[in-house]
Design a protein around this ligand. Structure first.
Ligand code: AP5
Length: 226
């Protein structure tokens, strides 16, 4: 049987499809999907102290300060459901975040298994993000043309009204891409050097790409048990 207790990271530019794939993979493996962007959006919606602090950064398409993100992820990874594996979606996104994660996982002797690096051309990213619609109630993600809901504007899962994310406006998308290149892309070389990186073509269709990811994990699982 396939071992499902993986510690995974999804790295890549905005709109590459990290969240879409992460939802499928975490469901298949029954591990928590920890998306820092989702955690921040929940905090903004609930007007918590963290939400009030991070909103302006998110609206501008900038990274939230490391001290806030690192603390939030530390707390989340300490929860019982993350002790047998997790998928970090959109974290780490800066060198200090990667350093903090590495130190914490080394201390608990639970290193990462794989960093999946998903890419897509900028034109595709802009097209995807401008067509993205999300359900604020249950978090499902759609695309008006590629992955439409059965009824336009209505979530298939919970019937909630779909909305466009504030930071999916073209000017903010441009800024998010620039921030990604400037602050996050350096992590690719770091994880490639450590042998953890697996490249994925985010331009592929959703289901074949999900199968490809699960195949990588199956191979890893059989190597572990061999
Ligand atoms: P976050 O929410 O993490 O946004 P992101 O990384 O910019 O990623 P996205 O959610 O935009 O894209 P995705 O790759 O998940 O694509 P998706 O699957 O939805 O972060 C938002 C903000 O929070 C940041 O700007 C920052 O301010 C803050 N933040 C978060 N984490 C932080 C951190 N660690 N440090 C500091 N600040 C942080 O797909 C996009 C669209 O394409 C969807 O419509 C989808 O339906 C469609 N699609 C997906 N895959 C396919 C496919 N294969 N074929 C066709 N369509 C597809």
């Amino acid at each position: 049987m396939m071992n499902t207790n993986y510690r995974l990271v999804f790295l890549g530019p905005p709109g590459a499809g990290k969240g879409t794939q992460a939802a499928r993979i975490t469901e298949a493996l029954a591990i928590p999907h920890i998306a820092t962007g989702d955690l921040f959006r929940e905090n903004v919606k609930g007007a918590t102290p963290v939400g009030l602090e991070v909103k302006a950064f998110m609206d501008r398409g900038e990274l939230v300060p490391d001290r806030i993100v690192i603390r939030m992820v530390r707390e989340r990874l300490a929860r019982p459901d993350a002790q047998k594996g997790f998928l970090l979606d959109g974290y780490p996104r800066s060198v200090p975040q990667a350093d903090a994660l590495e130190a914490d996982l080394a201390a608990s002797k639970t290193p990462l298994d794989v960093v999946f690096y998903m890419t897509a051309p900028d034109t595709l990213i802009v097209e995807r993000l401008s067509g993205r619609r999300v359900c604020p109630s249950c978090g499902r993600t759609y695309h008006v043309a590629n992955i439409p809901p059965r009824k336009a504007g209505v979530c298939d899962g919970c019937g909630g009204a779909l909305v466009q994310r504030d930071d999916d406006k073209p000017e903010t998308v441009k800024k998010r891409l620039a921030v990604y290149r400037d602050q996050t892309e350096a992590l690719v070389a770091r994880y490639r050097k450590s042998g953890l990186l697996v490249d994925l073509d985010g331009a592929k269709e959703v289901e074949p790409l999900a199968r490809e990811i699960l195949d990588v994990l199956k191979k890893l699982s059989s190597r572990r048990t061999a």
